[in-house]
Design a protein around this ligand. Structure first.
Ligand code: R2B
Ligand code: URA
Length: 367
């Protein structure tokens, strides 16, 4: 009988899914059972792997960090938001951008540092409660990173972290520059779970994202933004070319009609964009009981072509859009908690977070 490492709960033989599921309703018992398996009472992340706490040390190899070489609680204990995106450059830019937005000040004479620079794999920047990390391209790359970042959350005793992927994608029937918030992730066969061969058996993990979080992010889109921000299904593929129905790869064994039929089929199924990480991102964060969202900007309408032709300056401007939306979410959250440092924006010192919150709530009533 196959079992899952989370408290040895039984895995369904046919579907290969762990029987521990996120609660669907408000059932208190269901909720409690799930919460206890993936989180400690104080909200900190509990690993669904009994081996880790028995190890002398845990080396987070691709992050160039270790549980005994680094004081991970001291370094990362205050993290609340983990933001991931494809390239090291974009995530360095996001780190600088969020630093300005939340008014985080570095001590004089210091600068932002890539904490994982010696891994030569991913880059990671920390700006107060925000981590900005590059995940590379594709499911394997983001999957490896997520294993290590989820363990990092555990070692650092981070409470109730929220994970975001901010990236790029191809749109289906959407103009370039449209911002898409994913409601769920599906694979190239429209299946809404990640399949991973483990010990010669296929393990399936539902690729679920937090719907409320998606709605909350959408609510922060400005009515006068010169582009649309929508919620829809995201298709995640193992390849940029054939896997996304492109005809401009090194190989192509289908016709223009075949491609259009497939894109129309996706469109009818509610798929609005295509990218390469959301399936793993959704599945692994959901499995860890971590709230997450995926926000991407479209670089092209796939009904109109395959090649990304927009000029660099236009692409650069488009790529800032998901960052701005997530920055709004983070800023709002910190404002509500009275943890926003506004020194960079004018002077405001929070004397009493409780009163600050009351004043804030009062003014929000007039929003
Ligand atoms: C979006 O863009 C990349 C491919 O160009 C890939 O990482 C993705 O998901
Ligand atoms: N990223 C993708 O994966 N696909 C696109 O079409 C554009 C960006």
């Amino acid at each position: 009988m196959p079992t899952c490492t989370c408290e040895n709960r039984v895995v369904d033989e046919e579907s290969c899914l762990c029987q521990l599921k996120l609660p669907v309703g408000d059932g208190e018992e269901e909720m409690q059972e799930y919460d206890q398996a993936v989180r400690y009472r104080d909200g900190s992340v509990r690993l669904r792997n009994p081996n880790i706490e028995l190890m002398d040390q845990d080396i987070l190899y691709h992050l160039a960090l270790g549980s005994e070489s680094h004081d991970l609680v001291e370094m990362f204990g205050d993290v609340k938001f983990v933001c991931m995106g494809g390239t090291p450059k974009r995530m360095e830019q996001f780190a600088h951008f969020i630093m300005k937005e939340i008014g985080h000040k570095l001590p004089a004479g210091t600068t932002l540092l890539d904490i994982s620079q010696y891994s030569y794999r991913y880059s990671m920047y920390k700006v107060g409660p925000v981590l900005s990390i590059s995940h590379g391209m594709g499911i394997p790359s983001v999957g490896i990173l997520l294993h290590e970042v989820i363990k990092l959350m555990y070692h650092a005793k981070v409470r109730d972290p929220v994970f975001f992927r901010i990236g790029t994608c191809g749109g289906i029937g959407l103009e370039g520059g449209t911002v898409v918030i994913s409601e769920e992730a599906v694979d190239g066969m429209l299946k809404s779970y990640l399949e991973l061969p483990v010990l010669g058996k296929m393990v399936r993990r539902p690729a679920k994202l937090d719907r409320q979080l998606a709605r909350d992010i959408k609510a922060l889109a400005h009515r006068d933004d010169p582009y649309d921000t929508i919620i829809g299904k995201t298709m995640c593929t193992y390849d940029f070319y054939e896997g996304q129905g492109r005809m401009d790869g090194a190989f192509c064994e289908f016709t223009e009609n075949d491609k259009m039929d497939y894109l129309n089929k996706l469109h009818k199924a509610g798929v609005v964009n295509i990218e390469m990480e959301s399936l793993s991102f959704a599945a692994l964060t959901h499995h860890a009981g971590i709230k997450s969202a995926v926000v991407c900007v479209t670089l092209i309408d796939r009904f109109k072509g395959d090649q990304v032709l927009a000029p660099k300056e236009v692409l650069d401007e488009w790529q800032i859009r998901p960052q701005q939306l997530i920055a709004r979410y983070i800023t709002r959250y910190l404002q509500r908690k009275g943890r926003l440092s506004l020194e960079g924006h004018g002077s405001m010192c929070v004397k009493s977070p409780r009163r600050f919150k009351l004043v804030q709530q009062e003014s929000e009533n007039y929003d």
